[in-house]
Design a protein around this ligand. Structure first.
Ligand code: ATP
Ligand code: MG
Length: 601
């Protein structure tokens, strides 16, 4: 779907997006009906016997956020996190953080650690009712194997020795029913022996698989004898080489949910077809007394997508691996680690995802809504300061006439314009100043009210100056600007406002400006849907999306704490880059401009 169809016309605001949350209604319905009221909890995940031996489950609902540790979390995951942790808290339950680590090749401990760190950073917690609820699907491999043996014995699963391509062809499609494998009706004892051989490393990868014996005529292709187990001679980051068979997602996920006593399993829409198998599998495991009743149910909601943004771990990983960005935490990345480094706050991200609710359709939002959420958070809290991105020298030629021998005069400004309690900041005006190059022009276009020869502007918190001339460098670019002070215009003195000017510019005195490297970001991708054509997303990369400027900031920022957002007046919100934060060398990331239109490049 083109983004423009999914995005409402006009100024997109978060409040415009339906915040109705149908998942909440489902939980309310089940709580009213007491569906899960009789469950017991054995103190940790486990099978039916384990839970039945425990007391009543103290959690009214158990939800889970189940990332696969094969990459860093991104803004789409923040949505799922907010939904699951938020609803669990709202209903007096708990949300488990579960590593869905059933795929040995792509996963590793570094990703596990990064995931844990980011969910915590967002402000969520998986401690509840006296224990931690951080789990790993790989801890359930024994049970999964046991359950598979039980299905085989029941005639509900069989070992198939066809190649993957043959199985794919025999599965049929929407127009034709599936063709039965010659192995489908082999004796259970035969399948069981092969399954054990698979586990014991007798066979090579791909030699055979374990399949469910479900319904080859089903209109749901996922019900046509899905693959449950594959041979993979690969080391797993937690279980090592203990296993060389690994469960498929469709089989593993319902079991993970059931062992953890999950009540509602919220999945994104691409798993709709898995729902039927989910119920089939858990129905049988309940019947066999292996998992507690009633089992969890899966419900699907629409993914969150942003324009100009890729939210696919695989593609984000490609950007990292191919060196197209500086790492997972490159501030242009939509990863949570990238957004944090860019200066996003947990509160802004939580507010953003809360505002998007949950719907049965995929949500497309303009990327500007994310920036707007950050501005809304920082507007009331960030201290203000002045900064200059591209310094141009401004000389006040009649300084001595106004101020005699003094080489500086004190100025003050509020730390925050609406919050007097935060106090004042102090800096000084001097005869030589830095202004931003974009605030001067030789020949003003219509509507330009800042500095040009003959024009007057107010130096914010300072005084009014009139431009008298400028010098060019060897390339014909302005090298310095000269101006004279207009008498009796000092900010805060009586009559200062008598001289009317149309423009106000920000500035820094050379003597107390602190040098700062400023990293200014544009969108990483130029296209609204960069991955609409599959892996061609690289074509839409903007290689100039990071610009580094050598600017200056107000001295009040000299000792700024890492992670403390500031508003540089007129320029945007900035934060000290945590990777480069050290005394004496300031490196600032621009988190966002102050307005959307002001996307300065
Ligand atoms: P990716 O395609 O980026 O790898 P994924 O869904 O495969 O995403 P998982 O680690 O399996 O990644 O996802 C963990 C949870 O986050 C899942 O429940 C998934 O549905 C959810 N999720 C992932 N992306 C989004 C999104 N864009 N919007 C909402 N939920 C998401
Ligand atoms: Mg996935």
């Amino acid at each position: 779907m083109p983004v423009s169809q999914g995005i409402r016309a006009g100024k997109p605001e978060l409040a415009d997006v339906a915040t109705a949350n149908f998942l909440r209604s489902i939980i309310e319905r089940d709580l009213r009906a007491g569906v899960y009221a009789g469950r017991r909890w054995g103190g940790s995940p486990g099978d039916a016997a384990h839970h039945v031996a425990g007391g009543p489950d103290p959690a009214r609902v158990r939800l889970r956020f189940p990332p696969e540790p094969n990459g860093h979390l991104h803004i789409g995951h923040a949505k799922s996190i907010g939904l699951n942790f938020g609803l669990a808290r709202e209903f007096g339950g708990v949300c488990h953080l579960r590593m869905d680590d059933t795929n040995p090749e792509k996963e590793d401990q570094g990703y596990v650690d990064a995931i844990v760190e980011m969910v915590r950073w967002l402000g969520w917690d998986w401690r509840a009712f006296g224990s931690e609820h951080l789990y790993h699907a790989s801890d359930y491999f024994d049970f999964m194997f046991r359950a598979a043996e039980a299905l085989i014995v029941e005639g509900l699963a069989y070992v198939d020795e066809h190649s993957a391509a043959d199985m794919q062809a025999m599965r049929g499609d929407f127009g034709s029913i599936g063709v039965a494998s010659v192995w489908r009706d082999r004796p259970a004892a035969d399948s069981l022996a092969r399954f054990h051989d698979m586990r014991d490393g007798v066979h090579a990868d791909g030699a055979m698989v374990l399949r469910a014996r479900t319904d080859l005529a089903s209109s749901n292709l996922q019900m046509r004898d899905p693959v449950l187990y594959r041979i993979r001679h690969a080391a797993h980051h937690r279980s090592g080489t203990r296993w060389c068979v690994y469960p498929a997602y469709i089989y593993a996920h319902p079991i993970e949910d059931a062992l953890e006593n999950i009540t509602h399993s919220f999945a994104t829409l691409e798993f709709v077809e898995h729902g039927e198998f989910y119920d089939w599998l858990l129905g049988h495991l309940v019947r066999l007394g292996m998992v507690q009743s009633p089992p969890p149910r899966q419900y699907e909601f629409g993914r969150l997508n942003l324009s100009h943004v890729i939210t696919s771990k695989r593609r984000l990983k490609a950007l990292v691996d191919e060196g197209l960005v500086s790492g997972w935490d490159d501030p242009r990345m939509p990863t949570l680690s990238g957004l944090r480094r860019r200066g996003y706050t947990p509160a802004a991200l939580r507010r953003f995802v809360e505002g998007t609710g949950a719907s049965r359709h995929a949500i497309w939002l303009p990327d500007s809504t994310l920036e707007q959420a950050l501005r809304s958070d920082l507007e009331d809290t960030a201290p203000r300061a002045m900064g200059v991105v591209e310094p141009l020298l401004l000389e006040l030629t009649n300084w001595a006439d106004e101020f005699g021998d003094a080489d500086r005069v004190a100025c003050t400004a509020p730390v925050h314009p609406q919050r007097a309690e935060l106090g004042q900041r102090h800096f000084a005006l001097g005869p030589r100043l830095w202004i931003d190059r974009t605030d001067f022009t030789e020949v003003p276009p219509p509507g330009f009210h800042r500095l040009f020869p003959g024009n007057r502007v107010r130096l914010k918190y300072g005084l009014v100056v009139e431009c008298t001339g400028f010098c060019k460098d060897a390339h014909g670019q302005p090298a310095s600007v000269q101006a004279r002070i207009v008498p009796d215009t000092r900010s805060g003195t009586p009559g200062a406002e008598r001289v009317k000017v149309k423009g106000t510019i920000t500035w820094l005195a050379q003597h107390d400006a602190v040098p700062a490297t400023m990293r200014l970001y544009a969108r990483l991708f130029t296209a609204e849907q960069p991955d609409a054509d599959g892996d061609d997303f690289r074509r839409h990369l903007d290689l100039g999306s990071l610009r580094e400027a050598r600017g200056f900031v107000e001295a009040s920022l000299a000792g700024i704490a890492c992670g403390q957002p500031v508003q540089l007046e007129r320029l945007g919100y900035f934060v000290s880059d945590p990777r480069d934060h050290r005394a004496g060398a300031m490196v600032l990331n621009r988190s966002t401009t102050l307005r959307d239109a002001a996307r300065l490049r």
